[in-house]
Write a protein of this length. Structure first.
Length: 103
C-alpha cells in the first residue's frame, strides 16, 4: 500500500510532468503570469497565489488518486475472495472425480 507521502509525490510528479510541457503559464487555468507585474509586492503576491493554487490542485489530485486506489484495492480484495471460492469449488469437484475414476 502506498503511503500518503508517496502518493502525494506521485501526484506532484504528474503535475510537474504536465507543467513541463512547452506552454505559457496562462495555458493553465487559474495560474497567472507573474512576470508581467512590475512591483515586487504584487509579483510576490502573484507567485504566492500561484503556489496556493498549485498546492490546492495537488491536494485535490492526491485525494482523487487515493480514492481510486482505495476502490481498486477493494476490487482486488473481492476478486481474491472470488478466486478462493472458485479454488475451493474446483478442489471439491476434483475430490469427487477422483473416487469415480478409480472404479
Amino acid at each position: 500500500m502506498l503511503s500518503s507521502a508517496s502518493s502525494l509525490f506521485a501526484g506532484a510528479a504528474m503535475l510537474l510532468a504536465a507543467l513541463a510541457l512547452p506552454a505559457a503559464a496562462q495555458d493553465i487555468r487559474g495560474l497567472e503570469a507573474c512576470t508581467a507585474e512590475k512591483q515586487m509586492e504584487r509579483r510576490t503576491g502573484c507567485l504566492q497565489a500561484n503556489v496556493e493554487f498549485l498546492q490546492q490542485a495537488l491536494a485535490k489530485l492526491a485525494r482523487e488518486t487515493n480514492a481510486k486506489l482505495a476502490a481498486v484495492q477493494t476490487e482486488i480484495a473481492a476478486l481474491k475472495e472470488a478466486l478462493a471460492k472458485l479454488d475451493g469449488e474446483l478442489a471439491q469437484m476434483r475430490a469427487k472425480a477422483a473416487p469415480a475414476s478409480k472404479k
